[in-house]
Write a protein that binds this ligand. Sequence first.
Ligand code: ATP
Ligand code: MG
Length: 339
Amino acid sequence: MLPQVTATRYVTPLREGGSLPGLMEADDFGTYVVKFRGAGQGRKALVAEVISARLARVCGLLVPDLVAVDLDPGLAAGEPDQEIQDLLRASGGLNLGVDFLAGAVDFDAAAAGVSGELAGRIIWFDALVSNADRSWRNPNMLFWREGLYLIDHGATLTYQHRWESAGAAAGRRYDIADHALVGCAPWIEDADRLLADRITPEVLREAVAAVPDEWLEPEPGLDRPAAVRQAHVRQLTARLENREAWLTGLREMASQPGLPRREAAAPVRPFWLTPSPRRRTIGSGGTTTRNPPRIPPGETIPRNPPRIPPGGTTPRNPPRIPPGGTTPRNPPQDGEVAR
Ligand SMILES: Nc1ncnc2c1ncn2[C@@H]1O[C@H](COP(=O)(O)OP(=O)(O)OP(=O)(O)O)[C@@H](O)[C@H]1O
Ligand SMILES: [Mg+2]
């Protein structure tokens, strides 16, 4: 079961999110991105979030911690915005809390270097859970500290929206033409070799056991939460057993010529802020250094960047953003992933 906390304050809406998630504080002094049970996507989106996040972790991928947030609809009274008031009123009971990664930077397909190894594992995982929401337009990945975090798994496990035809979903191809990481030369084969054995029946049972009963709505033929849980385990087991059917598609697409190979953008920061040799390429557990920054012989990166003298001004020519590059919303701080 997910750890449970009680919401104490609604802080602000996250307007980018289609499901109108909100930032909330809870009685454990944590701050969470809360996905509401009363949102248009419904409770099944929360079920998908929990199961997929568990499976992502088993695949060695980073996801923020999840909690169940008990919400008193009375908190709606203090909200001036009518839409948010309605959402809070419709969401009494347990909602999903995603640990808020303060200072995280949205993934930018054009600017980030992700190793083929990591891209392979993410794509393999997305194919397993049929994630409809990891396109380059809406990658649902965040850079935080030195890692790449996966978020927003509400649009996975789409078979649960039509249990009658779920059987056909087990071997369905997964289209990666628009996937955010298709241009990173994903190692699909290695991911399959590494991950398929990790998704055991025990792992699947643990993943579905984490979902609160009250999100598992009765379905025709699945009248109790335990029956819905079993149906998820059966479905994901069948997906895994049928994986040759979807792996073939992944291999073909990943090796197609002409797929966008998005290269890391040229550095846009002053030389003294270029990545230190201690910084690593993301991937392979964050331990490999794919392209360590080259330092010309005899030159060192100064430990303390030159200070702007009192009364001094910022450089007249600000760093240029390369064609196709974007300005990060929160520029990386020292110690974060180089972009
Ligand atoms: N745990 C988190 N920490 C920091 N920022 C987050 C977190 N979760 C979400 N965000 C920010 O909020 C935005 C919306 O979140 P998310 O994608 O989960 O919501 P959604 O309603 O499912 O969105 P979508 O419109 O993609 O369906 C993200 O793009 C990200 O910028
Ligand atoms: Mg999203």
